[in-house]
Design a protein around this ligand. Sequence first.
Ligand code: GLC
Length: 621
Amino acid sequence: MFPSALDRLEALRRRMAAYRDGLTAPFASLYGTHKRADAALLRLIQVIETAALARPDALWRLDFDREARPTWYLAQTELGYCCYVDRFAGTLAGLQDRIPYLKEMGVTYLHLLPFWQRRPGASDGGFAVSDHERVDPSLGSNADLIALTTALAEAGITLCSDLVLNHTADDHRWAEAAKAGDETYRAFYRVFPTRDLPDQFERTVPQVFPETAPGNFTFVPEVEGWVWTSFYPYQWDLNWENPDVLVEMVRIILGLANLGIGAFRLDSAPFLWKRLGTTCQNLPETHMILRLIRAAISIAAPSVLLKAEAVVPSQELPPYFGLPDAPGEECQLAYQTSIMAASWAAIAHQDASLLHQVLSDMPALGEAGTWLTYARCHDDIGWRVLAPECRVLGDPAEALITDAARFFTDPARSSFARGVAFQSNGLVATNGMAASLCGIEAGVETGDLPLVQRGIDRVVLLYGLIFAVGGLPVIYMGDELGQTNATLPPGETDGRWLHRPAFDAAAAAQRHDPATVAGQLFSRIVRLASLRRARSDLAGDQLLRLLDGGAPGLCCFARGEGFLAVLNFSDAALPLAPVFAAFRAMIDPAAVSFHDLIADEAMPQTASIDPWRVLWLIPTH
Ligand code: GLC
């Protein structure tokens, strides 16, 4: 049997020594003065060792393999897909039947939105978790999950699970115990007997869902107090100042890793620590918690990735990678929300200035990690992340993003988009599937075939961006088939349900038929994926250099030494000569001509780029 018991013991010793400080230093600074600090640290170490020794053989082998090439996830061969289990495949067992479909696209990383036991009724799409360690019975069992992770591993696919660290559902056993008067579990949450402190916090803490869940505190009669609830009233924020919460969570995380989960999406990561007078987001203590979790994983399950979900401007994301002082000691991945939002703004404005600004201000990550790039996801498009770029472009009032939001949602604008405003009168966020926002829905409905075609081109344009810009790109379920907005269930007020269409088997059956929307999108996205796989200059750690393409609608950037992406965010065909000149001036003076990999054709000096097109060019000499 490999690895042997001695190999494991050796590895455990080595990792304990390597991550000792990573574990103990943040622990001391977070909990050093707590009366149970020493006991909690001892328990933490026991939890880590127990989990490591209980780790299945195959996962030990994976750990050794990935320890030997720790930046494996930067490779351009990695490609993600994100879906809800029930919408995509019914159950976890049903999902096994979709593995060939995922393989056809070249997927190597599958993010399944929360599949853990959730509270009955409203559950914020499963983000109100009642039991972090048990699969929701409607989706299967833990045995189904193990069978799935095993089958995915055989197919070369890493499974990413949501890890909801900030809160539990109000019917979680800890919450139930707190309601029953158990002081130990009451201390797992942030409960305030009077409004004094909540009122003080409310002065500086923003609201996540001001319309559907106003305020950050909920009065709960059973606990005779105000419970901190950043999201919905039934999602109780955990009290991370209590070391018992940390130890329990680490035990849970390592247990889940031992079921074969290879990556965790740290849901609402910025919210963990709270301090009076602050926004209670992105505080230094939150980063210490994440570093501690990373250290525990590096000891017991080092192949496991952490991905931060922090909807903040890119400039604020480096700390989630442990930068600047501890590169690689926190998360390996973080959502690149600014590129996502700016690409939609570019579509609305037919002007890529915000996107250019985002790319030019994007912090360098080196080998500390990489971005998770995406065009759409299960959440809304939150425009506020672009506030810093608006300021740089001389728009402190953020008119650019207000206008973009209106473009996608305001019927008075008569745009091709079928988006819906979310929260705060639509000025903050927009909901809608890519196909609906890009015009495919409107085009199909009105029988306007050119509009449908442009809509398809726009979706491909967005994927041409996120596949080339650097990072781990993730396809959102249904985008590859042109699935449009879902219908909200009766009585549902959360507009993010628009992003939950059931897998369209009929569209999937057409995916090889170029005469259909699904056929065009699927083949074009799959082509981008396979071209990307073959280009090492598209790996996550390759340099990105922006070029001025000479027209506001163009976004142009080089990757590595020999790759040039040109994206036309406008209705006009635009000449490529200025782009070629910029490439020669900045990257490679010896480039004689250019070849487009996507269409597999030469682009002469006099060529232009069609409206809403993406070109992936390589120079020829
Ligand atoms: C994250 C999720 C979102 C959820 C929230 C609360 O932001 O992406 O869908 O509502 O966390 O868990």
